[in-house]
Design a binder for this molecule. Structure first.
Ligand SMILES: [Zn+2]
Ligand SMILES: [Zn+2]
Length: 275
């Protein structure tokens, strides 16, 4: 996957349907992929990942895990991965880069960091936000949209941190009531959230992540970590993650379920299934 011609990429992944399909040109625009002339003298340009792209690969692997578990039957059927290093069919596993144990969201604690407030619009728990300067790329906003828009991601984060009621979610995200209403409905319709009434007259709900939503939030977290690294505020990350079981600051790393090596784009290949 580190280097592929567009046609091969397209054929291998069924890019018309894959989640990343319409992102390819945007990725090139944002220096994640670069075009290079192949060494073998052929005419077709190849696409190679930059360092930023290699880092994004971690997020793509976590997205793949979610898609495999929760995506449409079509996307589950069409894409299997192989780890070239050990030859095994690959199901990527997130581990803590320090202690190498498998991490789940339950093992992670979140503390607000020095750069909190980098999110655009009025998102902030403290109102010290840093706005995007106009020459900064818009990929952060775009990348969050891979799984929904940034409001959905912020609403998910609010609920993950146990802000379950409409007013709390509205205050935490800084979204307008209309946006909160709309995104909550869409997230519930997609079985990412479930709504449970805590009051009946008038009806008021509390929102909880479903298992599907919990898994989805892990991908959002990976995406946010990547966004912090490349587009974050100079003060530091908005949220610092700790791996609770080892006590270290968490850097999640996607590894092979067979040989436990860290995954690099050039060691992962796609196995298209022909059924
Ligand atoms: Zn650890
Ligand atoms: Zn392996």
């Amino acid at each position: 996957m580190g280097s592929s011609r567009f046609k091969q990429l397209k054929e291998a992944t069924g890019l018309q349907k894959a989640l990343l399909s319409n992102r390819l040109l945007r990725l090139i625009d944002n220096q994640i992929l670069r075009k290079v002339l192949p060494a073998d003298g052929q005419k077709h340009l190849e696409y190679r990942l930059t360092e930023k792209g290699v880092d994004l690969f971690q997020t793509v692997m976590s997205l793949y895990v979610w898609e495999r578990q929760w995506g449409s039957s079509e996307s589950r059927r069409n894409l299997e991965l192989k780890h070239e290093t050990c030859g095994a069919p690959l199901i990527p596993q997130p581990v803590c880069a320090t202690c190498k144990e498998i991490v789940t969201l339950k093992d992670i604690s979140f503390v607000e960091g020095p750069g909190l407030g980098w999110m655009p619009a009025s998102y902030s728990r403290r109102r010290n936000q840093v706005s995007f300067s106009s020459d900064k790329p818009s990929l952060l906003r775009g990348s969050v949209e891979i799984l929904g828009d940034r409001w959905s991601a912020l609403i998910m984060r609010a609920i993950f941190t146990e802000m379950r009621r409409f007013d709390q979610i509205e205050a935490d995200t800084g979204a307008s009531p209309a946006i909160v209403t709309d995104r909550l409905k869409s997230l519930v319709d997609n079985d990412v959230l479930r709504a449970t009434p805590y009051q009946h007259n008038p009806l008021r709900n509390e929102y909880f992540l479903t298992k599907k939503g919990f898994d989805y939030y892990f991908v959002i977290m990976m995406l946010m970590l990547w966004g912090d690294k490349y587009y974050g505020a100079e003060e530091g990350p908005p949220v610092v993650l700790t791996h609770v079981s080892c006590g270290n600051e968490l850097t999640p790393q996607m590894t092979c379920n067979g040989c436990h090596e860290a995954l690099l784009p050039q060691t992962v290949s796609i196995q298209p299934l022909n059924n």
